[in-house]
Design a protein around this ligand. Sequence first.
Ligand SMILES: [Ca+2]
Ligand SMILES: [Ca+2]
Length: 118
Amino acid sequence: MSRSNEIYVEGEEEGAPGRTWEKNILGTFRRDDPNGDGSADLSDAIFTLGYLFQGKPAALSCPAAADSNDDEELDLSDPIALLSYLFVGGTAPPSPSGVCGIDFTPGSLGCEGSPGCP
Ligand SMILES: [Ca+2]
Ligand SMILES: [Ca+2]
């Protein structure tokens, strides 16, 4: 996986003036495209279910992309949220969704970059 998509932010550490930090936020990804094939469809929900319950794939290069509801946890609610969006008019996954982008509310789930995003 290319690491050229990494974006770093520099700033002053909270509570420690003068100390700087550098944090890798995320590579670019789409929250509606966990499998990174460039489109949002049923295969994405199946992909996330496979990871969660069958260990296939065993690891995700972009866990944040599978966090369809952006609650920073990967569980059954994520493929359900995606299926709801795709098939019953549910709310679209939080940004970045529909287009590749970074997570402006990064949390514990990382992303080394999605194969579907430059
Ligand atoms: Ca996909
Ligand atoms: Ca989630």
